[in-house]
Ligand binder design. Sequence first.
Ligand code: TRP
Length: 331
Amino acid sequence: METVVSGIRSTGNLHLGNYFGAMKNFIKMQQEYNCYFFIADYHSLTTHPNPQNLHLHVKNVLVEYLAAGIDPEKSTIYVQSDLPEIAELYLLLNMNAYLGELERCTSFKDKIRNNSENINAGLLTYPVLMAADIIIHKATKVPVGKDQEQHLEMARTFANRFNRMYDTEYFPEPHAFNFGTQLVKIPGLDGNGKMGKSEGENNAVFLADSPDQIRKKVMKAVTDAGPTEPNQVKPAIIQNLFDIMKAVSPTSNYQHFDELYNNQQIRYGDFKKQLAEDIIVFTSPIREKILEIGANTDYLKKVAKNGADKARESASKTIKEVREIIGFKSF
Ligand code: TRP
């Protein structure tokens, strides 16, 4: 069975866009592949979180991913920093990662441009750590979005370089993977493209948002003066809200408001009220699980421990073999 690895950024809560995107991918993949999902807390140190925030963020992510559908019986879910083997492979790969190629990486150049007061070696070698994350389990499939394609290309480079250097075929090539067109893209509430937390606080509906927060955000969504002729093409800000409704609501609700729009009888207030209630119905079971799992320290401990144990089994095997290939021998 092929192996899948995906790292989850340890900051930021899950929103509807993540749910219909990455999360759906993960849930499908765990049925078919040997999946490793981990919370990338080593990576997060590049931005210097304080110790308390670091732990809170890791816990949040773990809780939300479990609540949204990662099944620890099917997948291996773990915290990256529980695997010192990753740090060791990162050190080894760093010896064959060249300054030029790291400096040319788009995400690094963006950091220099936008964040010039904290350009550390961790940022420079971020793609090396990411390669270590992936090839430590000899993964061939990595469910990531477009923004990670260059990093994945570099992971292939480092894996192939290791193989060439030691004249072996030890590491397989990891490739990007997603269910593509089957995934629904969720737009933001403000009409500016996709849902995301960096787009402003009212752009995204988070799975952990309370019903009141959801109502407030949806009612604030910008609309226009209404359709000016029957059956007209909807402008982006309106289409976006319909797209969200299509994803979360019963088909009959969607059809009802689509018809009203086409007849120029739609009242956006009613439309948004219904949308908010449908989002609440959709997210409530997940939100309840978030609250329940978040309060269950014993369960979280058990999941993290089991995940770390399973992941270490695979990682320590790789490290042992890599050490042999490199020529480290004990006396
Ligand atoms: N860089 C990824 C992101 O920002 C997170 C990540 C770290 C990752 N290590 C990984 C993703 C390994 C896939 C595989 O989203």
